[in-house]
Design a protein around this ligand. Structure first.
Ligand SMILES: *[C@@H]1O[C@H](CO)[C@@H](O)[C@H](O)[C@H]1NC(C)=O
Length: 115
């Protein structure tokens, strides 16, 4: 029983919302290879993160276009982590939202993500 209480406290502490002033940058990587590709990734201590890579395809043809794919995530006020994985290409922005255990994505959030 005591062990369970300790686990519960640790879990609660790691999920507790952080004061915005206490949020730390855990990772910040940016690579720009010039005009044809780039990628970046950053992560904050409050569980917010975003990584993305973009690439130019069909370079020099009439169908030259860029393809961007990535993923961003955040921990909602409900303590649930939400993750949006997307690809954006000639077919538009195509997001997929996933949620951690313990919550359902509010329909208004889904609607705003899907435009
Ligand atoms: C560009 O895309 C169009 C439409 O998909 C296609 O008809 C055309 O053949 C493509 N051009 C090249 C150079 O691939």
């Amino acid at each position: 029983m005591k062990l369970f209480v300790v686990f519960a406290l640790v879990a609660a502490a790691s999920c507790a919302p952080q004061n915005p002033q206490d949020v730390q940058i855990l990772r910040y990587d940016v690579n720009n290879a010039g005009i044809d590709s780039y990628n970046f990734a950053w992560e904050l201590s409050d569980g917010t993160k975003h990584e993305e890579q973009g690439q130019l395809k069909n370079i020099g043809t009439e169908n030259e276009s860029s393809v961007v794919q990535g993923q961003y995530a955040w921990v909602g006020p409900d303590g649930v982590q939400y993750t949006v994985t997307y690809i954006a290409d000639e077919n538009g922005f195509q997001p997929q939202i996933q949620q951690g255990p313990g919550g359902a994505v509010p329909s208004a959030v889904v609607a705003s993500l899907l435009g």
